[in-house]
Design a protein around this ligand. Sequence first.
Ligand SMILES: [Zn+2]
Length: 672
Amino acid sequence: MIDRTTIDKVIDTANIVEVVSDFVTLKKRGVNYVGLCPFHDDKTPSFYVSPAKNLCKCFACGKGGNAVHFIMEHEQLTFPEAIRWLAQKYHIEIEEKEMTPEEIAQRNTRESLFVVNEFARDYFVNTLHNTEEGKSIGLTYFHQRGIRDDIIQKFQLGYSLNRNNALAKEAESKGYKKEFLVKTGLCIDSADGNLRDRFWGRVVFPWHTVTGKVVAFNARVLQSNAKVAKYVNSPESEIYLKRKELYGIYFAKQAIIKQDKCYLVEGQMDVISMHQSGVENVVASSGTALTVEQIKLIRRFTNNVTLLYDGDSAGIHASLRGIDMLLSEGMNIKVLLFPDGEDPDSFSHKHNATEFQKYIQDNEEDFIRFKARLLLSDAKNDPIKRGQLIADISQSIGQIPDRIMRFTYTQECASILNVDERLILNESEKYVKRRQESRLEEIKKEREEQTAPSNPNETNVPFPEPEDDVFPPLTEDMLPPYQSYIPSTDREKAEFYIKEKELVKLIIRYGELPFCKITDEKGQERELTLIEYVAEDLQQDDLQFHNPLHQQILLEGLTHVHDKGFTCSHYFITHPNQELSRMAADFMSERYELSRRFEIEPEKDRIRFIVPQQLISYKISFIKDEMKHTQSALTSPEVASNMEEVKKIMAHYQELSQILNKITKRTSRVVM
Ligand SMILES: [Zn+2]
């Protein structure tokens, strides 16, 4: 865990121009620098770097932020990894938060295991290219499979000699510890006390983590000997959990981002052959059914996944369940079956990248439709099977988080299966409800875990381990407990929501500035900062921000606004919650766009007028919107027959109109 002061130090030291220049050629333009954006296919330089603000931003695709955001995005690292990357560049020593002796020992073990794996990888690669046996057996095999030398090198393919202790002997002679050779699973401790190799007489495929470290190996035997297993894998270890890894992700991540799409295939040979033909956005789960962890890994790069199967694959039915999980993560899933006898491996040897991608584009099919047709052809006219089929499809539809998408699929499947829409709708709603309930449970648990040990006065925010995604994203479910009748889908576009954002923007920019003086109940005069003014003003009308991130900014800012040297912009741009720091960086970047256009009077000098006006107009537009939706809630048929509900809504409406009255009365005094 990295200490918060180290993080601040890294972000303050990292010079955005230097960091970006490592990857992008920059030219000076006025006070800024510009270059071609590395995150999209940029034809005109759209990528701006502001040394004054220490921020960067692409004005075409919107990507950017501070140096950490840039490195995270460009190198596809997690937050702690990016901090480490920059710390290394600037020779900053990382202060770890206090670790227990066990934690230190565990970390050292993990590092040692990676070191041993890297040694083994180099050993296997060397054996393939520089020994007679390696060349005549291993290399010949890869060449026969049609794999080019550059691809063999790229994937670091290797060979293990046909002797059961060749690696063990080499490793021990080089001083690698027995303990780690056994823990990685490269060697096995045999009864006579000597080490034996796990992989021998095989070609070897190393498995890389998303950052390129070797976590495991998979080895294939070449002689057709019925007595030994065709494939041997590394066992799970402290660094290798099968369910967390995808073959090829390290080599695919950039291409997945660029194309905003990931192909999922069954075997590692498929991945390698597709790379060779020029299709690089491809990973394999290699034999196992997809796991939630693997899906989350793909989701770091894209929401669009196409599953590629060979036409007669036995794997299709088995993997249907796993695909429901992809749906529940809100991903867009398509399926493609290759014509009989072809698989991604064979197909990519016959076609170049353009042909391959065109073939997929023309033939991929939406997953739900695919599943409906597949099951329908199984069920034929068997009534029991057809009943099961409807339940099955409804379950898949019920996994989709987006209501409108669910509705579209319901209609389509009803027509494919030739049944009444309502049948699928009723059935799928059961799953929707179940999912929402378990999600609520999860949130409750997360909240309990978060609030239990933490001390509200402590500024250090705990960091997750590098492998985990940084901070769970805040969702609609976690909205403040505000009773609102505005459908959450309408909020993003609502006028009040946009105004709320404008207010938060002002808080990020100027929150800590002295704003006005008030006299409290004890008759004492006290100065309010801008953020305190906004908070008190909202509280006066029992209102709070609707976007949980906005609310978090308000609350955290209030806690720290009197800390020495505190500024909202610095605090939030360097915030460990990535969603939050990105938002802050975004709000800060927009300023120089604006100030270039409106240089008549700096915004900073006008905040005393802007803020109260913004607050009023925010509140009025929210309350009017809320009243409108409250009214229409009253007229809905379910509510009309329920007197309790009617009373509740009426009371809410009354309350709103009172607040509105109060505000309009005050308005005449404030607005000039
Ligand atoms: Zn861009």
